[in-house]
Design a protein around this ligand. Structure first.
Ligand SMILES: NC(=O)c1ccc[n+]([C@@H]2O[C@H](COP(=O)([O-])OP(=O)(O)OC[C@H]3O[C@@H](n4cnc5c(N)ncnc54)[C@H](O)[C@@H]3O)[C@@H](O)[C@H]2O)c1
Length: 312
């Protein structure tokens, strides 16, 4: 069903949402507080649309995508006809609360008010809008949103069942897989799992068990590759529940359970090794940042095509 979708924040995620929702036939209003950000967003969305077309992911052109998107710095007008609002401003509770307070005043009384926060409790955002907290819900995507399937739907303490149903239906309508998170826990589901894996990787590195390159390869080419076709629960079922129970008994005492941030983070940062923007983080890079990101996205698109070609 075609809906009016307003996206608040035209940064990395907002641009991706604009493209993805337009590709799926929705009229999108993209709101930012700076004109220059909207201009940059339009350019990047045109590039993303061309990438989706060239990668065989969507039958679109930059023009057909941008025709469906309205750009504005006027948030009140930008949400006035919205069925669904998706907030994706910076990860700062104060900024998000201000945006939601304004949404409470200007969005239609029946609009779903969703936040793409990666980790701020939805319940804290709800407290900014006590009169319509039942319509506030988490709707957490990953980058790039037009290539990755799962979307966490996070229930805050006051989110109604109807809001949960409506946002799930919207996410399914744009061909995404809702992951229902019934408790507003820190990190929701994906980020808890991702950080548990990263914590163990850093622990193995700090204990000189293996090199960065080898840990990277073990996860990327082994654990993650197989996990991309069967999830952890199927993995246990295929190997046998008894086997995983036995391994857990012996291994859990040795796994990292640190509650302090690993010193390796601070060592890297002190050396200016902040990541691809600096040409080095945990690894060294001699290509421009944009090329590294584009290659990752081309590989994700290729994987997606591959999965779509499976016939069970
Ligand atoms: N980047 C990611 O990989 C990623 C993935 C999942 C979730 N998230 C979450 O998405 C949200 C946005 O992340 P991002 O990476 O797109 O950030 P970003 O900094 O790229 O973009 C944020 C945009 O919001 C705009 N903005 C700031 N205040 C505003 C306001 N009051 N009204 C309208 N626009 C405003 C900024 O001008 C900017 O264009 C964060 O909550 C983040 O945690 C990010």
């Amino acid at each position: 069903m075609e809906q009016n979708v307003s996206v608040i924040g035209a940064g990395n995620m907002g641009q991706g949402f604009g493209v993805h929702f337009a590709v799926h036939g929705h009229d999108v209003t993209l709101v930012d507080h700076r004109d220059s950000n909207l201009e940059r967003a339009a350019d990047r969305m045109a590039d993303a649309a061309a990438e989706l077309r060239d990668g065989g992911i969507a039958d679109v052109t930059p023009e057909t995508v941008l025709d469906r998107v309205t750009f504005t710095t006027d948030q009140a007008a930008g949400v006035a006809d919205a069925d669904v609002v998706l907030e994706t401003v910076p990860e700062d509770l104060g900024i998000k609360r201000e945006v939601f307070t304004a949404l409470g005043e200007h969005a239609p009384d029946d609009a779903v008010l969703a936040s793409n926060t990666s980790g701020i409790p939805i319940t804290e955002i709800q407290s900014a809008v006590p009169d319509c907290a039942d319509r506030v819900v988490g709707c957490h995507w990953w980058f790039p949103p037009y290539l990755l399937e799962p979307v966490e739907i996070v229930r805050g303490e006051r989110t109604s069942d109807r809001t949960m149903d409506r946002i799930r239906a919207f996410v399914e309508d744009v061909e995404r897989r809702p992951i229902t998170v019934e408790k507003d826990v820190p990190g929701f589901v994906w980020n808890r799992i991702q950080n548990a894996v990263i914590r163990e990787c850093l622990h193995l590195l700090e204990e000189d068990v293996a090199s960065i390159e080898d840990i990277n390869a073990a996860v990327r080419d082994g654990y993650a590759r197989r996990t991309s076709v069967i999830g952890p629960f199927e993995t246990m079922d295929i190997a046998g529940v008894e086997q995983f129970r036995t391994v857990a008994e012996h291994l859990y005492p040795h796994l990292c359970s640190a509650t302090e941030v690993h010193g390796t983070f601070d060592d890297r940062l002190a050396e200016g090794a902040t990541g691809i923007d600096a040409g080095r983080g945990f690894l060294e890079y001699d290509e421009p940042e944009a090329e590294i990101v584009a290659r990752r996205d081309r590989r994700l698109a290729a994987l997606r095509r591959c999965f779509e070609s499976f016939e069970e």
